[in-house]
Design a protein around this ligand. Structure first.
Ligand code: AMP
Ligand code: MG
Length: 345
């Protein structure tokens, strides 16, 4: 039953991606490439053609607009207002925030709760809700972990739509005081998708948007060659495990090298298992290919939590999704349809 639901959901996701085709490309072949700091990382957009510079400008503006809605570290964002009102009244939110949160909740269901966007209290407890992750004192004890865990439950995020003087108002509410949404697992993918939609709407038939661990690509370059994406080596800076062409899809990587600190001889990474309340220690990285950035981003984080066996089993049940896992001891495990079998660790 669950596999069927997953399959229906991803088929719908594929159709949504296909339902927004790009307008025809310009003839001009000049590359426009721009990198800017955004989303606590660097975002790069590449595209071609007449009007490309304006399209890139519009795509960055769109990313900023969506990030201003979702960023849980900005007290003025809509997600922060939901967090500030946890346990209280519902908060009116935009359609975009509603869509992003609904998508995240669906991935919560798809992954059996491995992706839980109310993970915030545990992210704070383990010292990751700040610029330099780390814990000053001793490790949190079982009671503190239990208290934080009792505030983590994505099912306690209520979303609804109500009529207000003829308008539909989207609303969100966290049921318990102290709950805290953290959008880090999927927001870069969501924002990258919105940037890509903007580029497409402006006629860029060939484009790449790279935001942190997520890369979305559309079409092929004007000379007919494909965009190439790479999976970085989780233990060697500037080295890659593999690279391959990709078209009309997204790839995201979640890694234990991105945000971590060493404590008691162990590497604590920023991805937390909502069931145990502990940072996941048994994985180096997970890369996922999917139709949209939000799908690949959400699933790479979730599979990091699920581990290689359950993670790959989940991926094999989902159409249009592939994954490559590097386990804690450096083994490579990939789904059957992963496009490039040559992977060198
Ligand atoms: P990513 O780099 O996309 O894998 O996202 C990692 C970020 O997601 C972390 O820095 C946290 O902000 C957040 N996070 C950690 N664990 C989880 C989880 N189990 N479910 C949802 N979000 C998480
Ligand atoms: Mg992610």
């Amino acid at each position: 039953m669950q596999a069927r639901l997953l399959s229906i959901f991803l088929t719908v996701a594929c159709c949504v991606a296909a339902a927004f085709p790009c307008r025809a490309a310009d003839n001009a072949t000049a590359l426009v490439s721009e990198t800017r700091p955004l989303l606590h990382t660097f975002v790069q957009i590449k595209t071609y053609g007449r009007g490309a510079a304006e399209a890139v400008e519009a795509a960055f503006a769109e990313m900023e607009r969506i990030n201003d809605l979702l960023n849980n570290y900005d007290p003025r964002s809509e997600v922060s207002r939901i967090n500030q009102n946890a346990g209280g009244k519902p908060v009116a939110i935009s359609r975009e925030t509603m869509d992003a949160l609904r998508t995240a909740l669906r991935f919560g269901d798809l992954t059996g709760g491995a992706l839980d966007i109310t993970i915030g209290p545990l992210v704070k407890l383990w010292g990751f809700a700040k610029d330099e992750p780390g814990l000053a004192g001793s490790d949190p004890d079982a009671a503190a972990i239990g208290r934080a865990k009792s505030l983590v439950n994505y099912r306690a995020l209520e979303l609804d739509e109500v009529q207000d003087r003829g308008n539909i108002v989207c609303r969100a509410r966290l049921k318990k005081r102290g709950m805290w949404i953290d959008v880090g697992a999927f927001s870069k993918g969501y924002v990258a998708d919105m940037a890509m939609a903007m580029l497409c709407a402006r006629g860029c038939a060939s484009a790449l948007v790279s935001a942190g661990g997520t890369v979305c690509v559309r079409g092929v370059k004007p000379d007919g060659s494909p965009w190439t994406v790479a999976v970085r080596h989780p233990r060697k800076d500037d080295a890659y495990l593999t690279f391959f062409p990709l078209r009309d899809a997204a790839i995201s990587t979640s890694g234990d090298y991105e945000r971590f600190y060493e404590k008691s001889g162990a590497r604590r990474s920023h991805i937390i298992d909502p069931r145990s309340g502990m940072p996941v220690e048994r994985m180096q990285s997970v890369s996922v290919i999917a139709p949209r950035g939000v799908d690949s981003d959400a699933l790479s984080t979730a599979i990091f939590v699920l581990g290689e066996d359950r993670g790959i089993a989940l991926v094999e049940s989902l159409p249009g999704i592939e994954a490559l896992v590097v386990t804690g001891d450096g083994r490579i495990v990939m789904s059957q349809g992963w496009p490039e079998k040559t992977v060198v660790y």
